[in-house]
Design a binder for this molecule. Structure first.
Ligand code: PLP
Length: 420
């Protein structure tokens, strides 16, 4: 018998169990069991609810049909994605905003969760990582898995090696430059969970900061399609010099209801460089390409044809109708909460509404109060990081009917109780 034994990646033991959504589910199930006659409205969901655009479904059917015949069958495709989709991305998502990109700077993927999670593969363990607080948890957990987070401190709710950039109403949800310059900076705008955005001027400061410090910005704009206001960048490459320092993550999940179909892409400009221990410059684009070719075999042909259909005239019309529906929900939620006396953030350029609770009210207490008194489910802000304490997230992805009913109940309850 050998004396050695299989060892695990112990970084995984440093992960904190994220009980957020399972705790919510348990509390909701208990409430429903105890009150089978009461309606529960879920406004905590981050998933879309409207069906896929017909143009996308038609394109999938046609692509599936092609696979039936020897002449048009497709096997393995390019790991980086088919040119027919990359060409559309370049033309409609970038060229139309004055941004030039080459085909080999785009990598089609099965969504932004995988891309934002997998990107850590190509960076050294010793890099210092900065994230906002609150944050989309994938950035933190994937860096913990790869050994970059350090030790978790129960009392602060923070890891020793991560640089946290608090985003609260006090700083208008604008991350500030940290005292210690990070190597990797995660920025997500429009933001999940706060629904807030940053202006071109604010983003330009980050691009300059990254250049000055030889850092890289990982820019997640999965919610870009919800932007309604002027002067809010739809891509970080609208900022001069960003092609030297930024990788951009995009997703069709919320843009076109692809949460289940799975497709997105990442832009890695060829001018973005990292460095070896000996300070030699290495192309990040080449590293990512190598990583993808080794670990990924591309997105299915059928899915990429569906994504291509988003850019057709009819496809654009259909997805914009859906986005408008969610935007209208967001407006209804914002107005309803404001009329109830709450301070409300987000919801103008994002499907997320972030409400500030009255002083001293904790996120989970507010969750219980909403559920137990009026049967409405949201997400406690503290689940996204310590600075989310005292906040609460509602989403615009519910049905119109439920959204209106929920706001009516909230207004009645809080105005009657004069609670805010
Ligand atoms: N990035 C952010 C900020 C998100 O909120 C989400 C999904 O909720 C994703 C990425 C994941 O998107 P995808 O469905 O493309 O994996």
């Amino acid at each position: 018998m050998r004396l050695s034994m299989i060892k695990i990646n112990e970084n995984f033991l440093d992960l904190q169990d994220n009980y957020l959504f399972s705790t919510i589910a348990k509390k909701v199930a208990k409430f429903q069991e105890e009150h089978p006659d009461k309606k529960v409205i879920k406004l905590g969901i981050g998933d879309v609810t409207l069906p896929l655009a017909k143009s996308c479904v038609d394109a999938m059917k046609k692509a599936a049909e092609e696979l039936l015949y020897k002449e048009s069958f497709r096997g393995y495709g390019p790991e980086q994605g088919y040119d027919f989709l990359k060409e559309k991305i370049i033309k409609y998502d970038y060229k139309s905003r004055g941004i030039d990109l080459d085909l080999d700077e785009i990598f089609i993927s099965d969504g932004a969760k995988c891309d934002t999670g997998n990107i850590v593969d190509i960076f050294a363990k010793g890099n210092k990582v900065a994230i906002t607080d609150p944050v989309y948890p994938v950035y933190l957990d994937t860096n913990t898995m790869s050994g970059r987070a350090g030790k978790y401190n129960e009392s602060t709710g923070r890891y020793s090696n991560i640089i946290y950039m608090p985003c609260t109403s006090e700083n208008n949800f604008e991350p500030q430059f940290p005292d210690e310059a990070p190597d990797i900076i995660y920025l997500c705008f429009p933001n999940n969970p706060t629904g807030t955005v940053c202006t071109k001027e604010q983003l330009a400061k980050w691009v300059k900061y990254a250049k000055d410090n030889k850092s890289i910005i990982l820019y997640d704009c999965a919610y870009e399609c919800f932007i309604t206001e002027e002067n809010i960048p739809h891509s970080i490459y609208e900022i001069e010099g960003a092609k030297d320092v930024a990788i951009e993550f995009k997703s069709y999940s919320k843009t076109a209801g692809f949460t289940g179909v799975r497709c997105g892409y990442v832009v890695v400009p060829k001018k973005v460089y990292g460095y070896t221990e000996k300070s030699e410059k290495v192309s990040i684009n080449k590293l990512w390409n190598r990583r993808q070719c080794t670990k990924f075999n591309g997105v299915s042909y059928v899915t990429q044809r569906a994504a291509e259909a988003i850019y057709s005239e009819e496809g654009q019309k259909e997805i914009k109708e859906n986005i408008k529906y969610y935007q209208e929900n967001a407006k209804i939620i914002r107005n309803g909460l404001q009329e109830s006396g709450f301070l409300v953030y987000g919801g103008v350029n994002a499907p997320y509404i972030w409400l500030k609770l009255p002083d001293g009210v904790k996120s989970w207490d507010f969750f219980d109060e909403l559920l137990n008194n009026i049967g409405i489910v949201g997400t406690p802000g503290v689940g996204f990081g310590p600075c989310g304490e005292g906040y609460f997230r509602l989403t615009a992805f519910g049905s119109r009917e439920n959204t209106e009913e929920a706001m009516k109940k909230i207004k009645e309850y809080f105005i009657r109780e004069s609670k805010v």
